[in-house]
Ligand binder design. Structure first.
Ligand SMILES: Cc1cc2nc3c(=O)[nH]c(=O)nc-3n(C[C@H](O)[C@H](O)[C@H](O)COP(=O)(O)OP(=O)(O)OC[C@H]3O[C@@H](n4cnc5c(N)ncnc54)[C@H](O)[C@@H]3O)c2cc1C
Length: 506
């Protein structure tokens, strides 16, 4: 009997899943079999270019929980998720030969490494006369009917958003299939979740955190839907999103949906349609619009990734702007582990390390500090984020880092965040900083964001002696920003010069 493989990737759900629906339709209409698989490709668990583990323990846990949950969801529909391990193209080719496969159905992914995997699989399968059918990636904007060709995607978000919003209605998410034909026996080479766990692919263990945000992150559709239910319907936190979204401390300051979106336990269309329903049944205001606005940023970076491919990851980024970065391991370690002497940066970096999450406000500040104050290569920061974030998504992470480092889609020439000002604006009473930096807990609000300015006796009475309990600032904020601004200006000059030279060649 003919078989259609459904190859799950970063789309670990059964609803709004075009490949699964199509396979189930073929099963109903043509009597073909459905074979859902997930492939653990060891490449995925290796090291980044700078040598960090690509998947932290907390992300690995979220990931395996999501796989477990998907497996349960498929069982409830009468199906079975088959777990395989190895180089993806070979596993799919091997499976196709053994199981009489007609086609492999999957979602297309836009990040360049994922595209390479898909291309390698396509080429192996074509040799076996098996179709690889890749359905469009799951964004809110419909790839089959976009307001512009991918190659013509506007480089500036505002233009992108206007064109998308002008087009209007997004198509609704697809329903789950009614049933998944589950008559498949075991396949040779199948692995279990316990076997994967035993491989210890996620050795880069985070310090176990008691933080509420860390315990929030349970992988899988059920947990994602519970979070959506909580944020919209149980607490109405969505109706205040625009006012609270820059907060760094409270769980409900923002939706915290990013990890479920990154693994595809929830699709952006599902979130969008739930917000639409909320607007009809509860309230429609600036906040409800703003969540959709942020989800459009997600689409924007996915389109950018599809448009520019591997350019997103090169040192000069999308602009090809080569900045002569500093080499300073001591400064990078201080940033990584939250010991820069700037409480806002340190609190955010420790939160990331301990919980696997950081707010958008925090991410913007620490990225600015790494590139515009320490003058360090943005890819160090992006790779560290990749290694630590539970919600890591290559297009979003590298797209945002390009933007923050001033080599991507930011229309402004040199955007620099004044950490001192940001700290007072977004953590006025120092609650956030005290939460993550125990050594500052007794420092009064007046000094909490500039502990270095306390005199000796204040330092002693607050149990925060600078240089002993908490580091001195590792760079001067304003001087370092000025130095780096000049360096960016020189790099821009060089780039223009280079572009002129290139033009003269023709
Ligand atoms: C340097 C840097 C790196 C980042 N890396 C990632 C990453 O790897 N994965 C990731 O999901 N987000 C990333 N972001 C975007 C953003 O910080 C997170 O999506 C957000 O903080 C997640 O929290 P939330 O779900 O509560 O967001 P909310 O404020 O509730 O927003 C809702 C959703 O909108 C999307 N969104 C919000 N802000 C952005 C943005 N700036 N760019 C793209 N989409 C956005 C996300 O899907 C998010 O879940 C990064 C931002 C920066 C500045």
């Amino acid at each position: 009997m003919t078989t259609n493989v459904v190859w799950f990737r970063n789309d670990l759900r059964v609803a709004d899943h075009a490949p699964l629906l199509e396979a189930c339709k073929r099963a109903n209409d043509l009597g073909e079999k459905v074979l859902p698989v997930f492939i653990f490709d060891p490449d995925w668990f290796g090291k980044t270019a700078f040598g960090f583990s690509r998947v932290s323990r907390s992300r690995g846990r979220f990931f395996l929980e999501s796989i477990n949950d998907l497996s349960r969801q498929l069982e409830q529909l009468g199906g079975k998720l088959h777990l395989l391990m190895g180089e993806t193209a070979s596993v799919l080719a091997d499976l196709s030969e053994k199981a009489g496969v007609r086609s492999v159905l999957c979602h297309h992914e836009v990040a360049s490494e994922e595209m390479k995997i898909e291309e390698a699989a396509r080429s192996r399968l074509t040799d076996l006369a098996v179709d690889l059918v890749a359905f469009p990636a799951t964004t809110m904007v419909d790839w089959m009917n976009p307001p512009f060709e991918v190659s013509e995607t506007p480089e500036v978000f505002t233009k992108f958003r206007r064109l998308v919003e002008k087009r209007g209605v997004f198509s609704p998410p697809l329903p789950p299939p009614k049933s998944v034909d589950g008559s498949f026996e075991a396949i040779s080479g199948e692995v279990t979740i316990s076997e994967i766990q035993a491989m210890d692919w996620f050795p880069d263990c985070a310090v176990p955190s008691q933080d509420e945000k860390a315990s929030l992150y349970r992988g899988g559709v059920v947990a994602g839907e519970l979070r959506l239910q909580h944020y919209l319907w149980d607490t109405d936190a969505l109706s205040r999103y625009k006012e609270t979204r820059n907060g760094m401390l409270e769980v409900d300051d923002s939706s915290k949906l990013s990890a479920w979106l990154a693994f595809g336990c929830l699709s952006a269309k599902q979130v969008m349609s739930e917000v639409d329903r909320y607007e009809i049944e509860r309230v429609k205001n600036d906040s409800t619009y703003w969540l959709k606005f942020e989800l459009l940023w997600r689409d924007f970076f996915l389109f950018m990734s599809a448009k520019h491919g591997s350019k997103l990851y090169r040192s000069g980024g999308l602009q090809g702007r080569e900045i002569p970065w500093n080499q300073d391991d001591r400064h990078f370690d201080a940033w990584k582990f939250g010991r820069t002497g700037y409480p806002l940066v340190d609190a955010n970096m420790r939160e990331l390390f301990q919980s696997g999450y950081m707010s958008n406000r925090g991410r913007q500040n620490v990225a600015s500090f790494l590139t515009k104050n320490l003058g360090l290569d943005w890819r160090l920061g992006a790779e560290w984020f990749e290694s630590r974030l539970i919600d890591h998504d290559p297009s979003l992470n590298y797209g945002n880092w390009n933007y923050a480092a001033g080599i991507g889609n930011d229309a402004r020439e040199y955007r620099w965040f004044n950490i001192n000002k940001q700290a007072v604006a977004y953590d006025p009473d120092g609650k956030y900083v005290r939460h993550w930096l125990p050594e500052l807990r007794q420092v009064s609000t007046e000094w909490i964001h500039r502990p270095w300015a306390m005199n000796q006796s204040l330092q002693e009475s607050s149990r925060c002696v600078i240089g002993v309990d908490y580091p001195e600032p590792i760079v001067d904020l304003f001087h370092s920003a000025e130095v780096n601004k000049k360096r960016y200006a020189v790099a821009s000059g060089n780039r223009q010069h280079h572009a002129q030279q290139e033009l003269l060649k023709f």
